[in-house]
Design a protein around this ligand. Sequence first.
Ligand SMILES: [Zn+2]
Length: 177
Amino acid sequence: METSNSHLVGVAIPTLRQLRAAILVSANSTDAVEALRASGYAGGDSIYSAFEHWLREAGESGDADAGALPLSEFGSKASTFFRDAGWGDVRFSHDDDEDVAIIDIVDCWEGSHGESQDDPGCQLTTGMLAAFFGKIAGYPVAVLETECCHGDSSRCRFLMGNSEVMSYKWQELQQAT
Ligand SMILES: [Zn+2]
C-alpha cells in the first residue's frame, strides 16, 4: 500500500455534508453513527501524515515528530493545521481534575447548527480525532463529543482520554440526560 501524502483530496464540504446526510437516512441511527465514526477513523492516519508533512514544510520540526513537540507548541501548530484544512477553529485544553483533554471546535464543518433535530453530532470528526491523537499518544484514545454547536459561538466540545476514563465519562453523560 502506498504511504505518501497523496492520500488527501480536497473534497468540498457540501459534498461531504451531503454524503453524511445520505448515510444518516439510509441506515438505522446506530449503524449510521458507527459507519460515520469508522469513516472518520479510517482517515486519521493520513491526516496525521499530512500534519507531519506540513510541519516539515514549515521547517518547524526538523525530524517532523509531532509527538516530540512541547504540548503548548503542539496545540498552536495543530490548531493552525486543522483550521487551514477546513475543520474549524480548534482549541486544545486539559481538565487536570478529570485527566481528560478538551478539544473545542468553533464552527466545526460537520456541525448541523440546529438544521436537523436528530443529528447525531460530529461523528466523522470524532473518529478522525481518535485516530489522529491515538497516533500521537501511541495507545488507543477514546473521543466523546459532549456538546455540539453549543452556545452563541457554535462550539463543539470533544473530550479525549484513555478508554477507561472515557467510558466513565460516557456513563456520566447518559445519566445526565
Ligand atoms: Zn458537533
